[in-house]
Design a protein around this ligand. Structure first.
Ligand code: SF4
Length: 226
């Protein structure tokens, strides 16, 4: 089967998944916020999105309640998405600086983006069993990204989940620690980069500025040409 067909098959599997009863219940009953009261929410798992030939994989934690879980596309329609996609545009990874809806024309270049947990969790906190259940899909995505050279984890949870995957794959992860701007060149796996998550909690307080994120993405690009 060709790569894009495999991705389509994986996407179909993800979207129909009901493995985590707590998350299935939450996503199906989640109350729209007042600003979107007239909108139909997605209410399903949110698969990855982007350039399947890409060299960069970006990992977030999980769909946001009024972002991806509303629009049905990862990092779409909320403040975190706007912040992230404007930085990706500034570094040439997207064709436009905004990410508002599934049909807004956004495309990714050389970059694929996904969440380590594909259903919105209450309080943005997945349970260990939910991380474990959803890791099968992350593993499949990683194995299908044949040109992968770099993985950028947004936030400590995504970083930890990726490290878990590496460990399971037999990679030595002893020195890998999360901190903003951390970078690890690996002998037997794609390079690992880390950034604070672009959530309003971090961006509104100045913990993560656009120039900090652009600087991480610029480093990824520079390393591609080495
Ligand atoms: S979090 Fe992942 S494993 Fe759990 S129901 Fe959603 S898609 Fe399925």
């Amino acid at each position: 089967m060709k790569e894009d067909l495999r991705f389509e098959a994986l996407k179909a599997k993800v979207v129909s998944c009901r493995l985590c009863p707590r998350l299935v219940d939450y996503r199906e009953k989640v109350k729209p916020s007042a600003a979107y009261a007239d909108q139909e929410y997605w209410r399903k798992p949110v698969p990855g999105f982007g350039d399947i030939e890409g060299r960069l994989l970006i990992l977030g934690l999980a769909p946001a309640r009024n972002g991806a879980e509303r629009t049905g596309r990862i990092f779409t329609g909320d403040a975190s998405s706007r912040f992230l996609v404007s930085a990706l545009y500034a570094t040439g990874f997207t064709n436009q600086p905004t990410s508002e809806s599934r049909d807004d024309g956004l495309t990714y270049h050389d970059c694929y983006i996904t969440a380590v947990v594909k259903c919105v969790p209450p309080g943005d906190k997945p349970l260990p069993s939910e991380f474990a259940n959803c890791s099968r899909y992350l593993e499949s995505e990683i194995l299908l990204l044949k040109n992968l050279k770099a993985v950028l984890a947004l936030g400590a949870f995504a970083f930890t989940e990726y490290v878990r995957f590496l460990k399971k794959s037999g990679v030595n992860v002893k020195d890998l620690k999360f901190s903003h701007g951390a970078f690890y060149r690996m002998a037997d796996a794609p390079s690992v980069y880390a950034s604070y998550h672009p959530s309003p909690r971090n961006t509104n307080t100045g913990k993560l500025t656009k120039s900090m994120l652009v600087s991480v993405l610029t480093k990824v690009k520079r390393d591609f040409s080495i």
